[in-house]
Write a protein that binds this ligand. Structure first.
Ligand code: NDP
Length: 469
């Protein structure tokens, strides 16, 4: 049996408690994903708790070796994983999409395995001596969204396992197969009970937060759900890392070469067909280069093929679900009604199957329009004209979220000065949205708190303990 078919068969079920999964590009049935009851999810937490002491006792070196073996397993099954991801999430195999996502899972596992332990001597002055250690928390609950269902799961699972925790992972109900397939492959290398999937809807996630045996929740998703988790965590004082929604601004200074930056601007906004937390979602462009940047973006965007993910030619896909299509559609219509200029797209073919929304660029839009101030999470970029840089920075900082941002300029020092004035967890210069397993990532304001990746990510997946004396 081909690898894709056998992996899919191993995670699908004909049980009653299951959900049909449809391809968002064609509407075809892919398979049935099992769903846990609340009692089964609680039992999964108990099993993970039972397995934790032995996993922690292996020590860093052995756990790192196991993570490398898990990376080997993902590598060996990478094409089957990419196909399941592409069919369920919709993202094409090529471009910065499904194969790229599976490749990122491998590199995050390997780099997390090799990151030095965060233990440090904090005082050693002859009279005082203190060390800061980072101990396992116990069971970590990992709750993920549907946009990057494998990569974001690995961002949570890899540091949690590395630090000696066991993990119960809840995939989004929209991308259950992607989560289950990844976990099945990882479990080829992991001891039993160390990583358990808890497929289900938001209720299963809420159950993990409420479970006193779960010591930490690592959550990536919307700000609205993040707030519910904060409230629900109060009962047990559960530790939290929250990577929440964003509405990233980009500021283009007048000294840029529009044609030279257009492709980077495009991918900053349209990576994963715009369904990316730290994507460029509103662009502020100086009047001097406004028309030239718009023209260059139209040229790049109109050359990018969109279609069924398994077709090797495509680099843009459908939206993952009808709910997200409706959000994008509503916001583009609001922009059009306001008199903004539709440069490209905005005309989905409603009589064809799939949640396809074409790459859309909107110019001369009021900075207070809903398409600018709400997170559209789709293949649309509003382009706001500015003349005064201070005003552009005020607009960029004017929302209650702050995940990422970018500054575009031929003068790096000038760009860095602007970056220092922007309220966001990461400010990229002349690019947008790139992440690296050793560079900390996290939001400010209502984009959440806590850092992921690198040494800071390991610290966040553990509890600090001072040994004094
Ligand atoms: P949601 O917040 O709707 O869902 C995220 C996860 O939380 C899902 O697994 C969901 O389950 C689960 N969930 C729902 N309700 C609860 C609850 N009460 N308690 C615990 N868990 C619950 O987000 P989306 O899946 O719609 O993802 C899109 C959002 O995620 C966007 O706003 C985006 O910006 C943000 N995001 C942030 C990132 C970051 O790093 N900051 C990265 C990627 C996305 P189910 O789906 O089954 O209902």
């Amino acid at each position: 049996m081909p690898a894709y078919d056998s992996l899919l068969a191993s995670i699908t079920t004909d049980a009653v408690s299951a959900r049909d999964v449809f391809d968002p590009a064609t509407g075809e049935l892919i398979g049935r994903a099992p769903l846990l009851t609340s009692a089964e999810a609680d039992a999964a937490v108990d099993r993970a708790a039972d397995a934790q002491a032995a996993w922690a006792a292996l020590g860093h070196e052995e756990r790192s070796a196991v993570l490398h073996r898990a990376a080997d397993a993902v590598e060996a099954q990478s094409e089957a994983l990419a196909q399941i991801l592409s069919r369920e999430q919709g993202k094409p195999l090529n471009g910065p999409n499904a194969r790229f996502e599976v490749g990122a899972c491998v590199s995050w596992l390997r780099v997390t395995a090799d990151t030095p332990t965060p233990t440090q001597v904090v005082v050693d002055d002859g009279s005082d001596y203190a060390e800061l250690h980072y101990r396992p928390i116990g069971v970590v609950g990992a709750i993920t969204p549907w946009n990057w269902p494998m990569m974001i799961a690995i961002w949570q699972i890899a540091p949690a396992l590395r630090m000696g925790n066991t993990v119960v992972a809840k995939p989004s109900e929209y991308t259950l197969l992607s989560g289950l397939a990844l976990i099945a492959v990882l479990n080829e290398a992991l001891p039993p009970g160390v990583l358990i999937a808890a497929p289900g809807d938001g209720g299963i996630g809420a159950g993990l937060v409420a479970n006193a045996a779960v010591g930490k929740i690592m959550f990536t998703g919307s700000t609205a759900t993040g707030k519910k988790i904060i409230e629900a965590s109060a009962g047990n004082v559960t530790r939290l890392t929250l990577e929440l929604g964003g509405n990233d601004a980009g500021i283009v200074l007048p000294d840029v070469d529009p044609e030279a930056i257009a492709e980077q601007l495009f991918w900053g906004a349209f990576i994963n067909t715009g369904q990316t937390c730290a994507a460029l979602k509103r662009l502020y462009v100086h009047d001097d280069v406004y028309e030239a940047v718009c023209d260059a973006l139209v040229e790049v965007a109109s050359s990018m093929p969109m279609g069924i993910g398994l077709d090797e030619a495509n680099v843009l896909g459908p939206l993952q679900n009808a709910m997200q299509f409706d959000v994008v559609d509503r916001l583009v219509e609001a922009a059009r009604r306001s008199g903004a200029r539709v440069l490209l797209g905005g005309d989905p073919k409603r009589d064809q199957p799939g949640h396809f929304y074409p790459a859309t660029l909107i110019a001369d839009i009021d900075p207070t329009n809903d398409l600018v101030v709400e997170e559209q999470f789709g293949p649309v970029l509003p382009i706001v004209r500015y003349t005064d840089l201070d005003e552009a920075i005020t607009l960029a900082n004017g929302l209650d979220v702050g995940l990422g941002a970018s500054v575009w300029s031929a003068d790096r020092d000038r760009a860095r000065d602007v970056a220092a004035r922007i309220e966001a967890g990461t400010v990229w210069i002349n690019s947008h949205g790139g992440v690296h397993p050793m560079i900390p990532f996290g939001g400010v304001k209502q984009s959440g708190y806590g850092l992921e990746f690198g040494v800071d990510g390991l610290k966040a997946a553990s509890v600090p303990q001072v040994i004094n004396g």
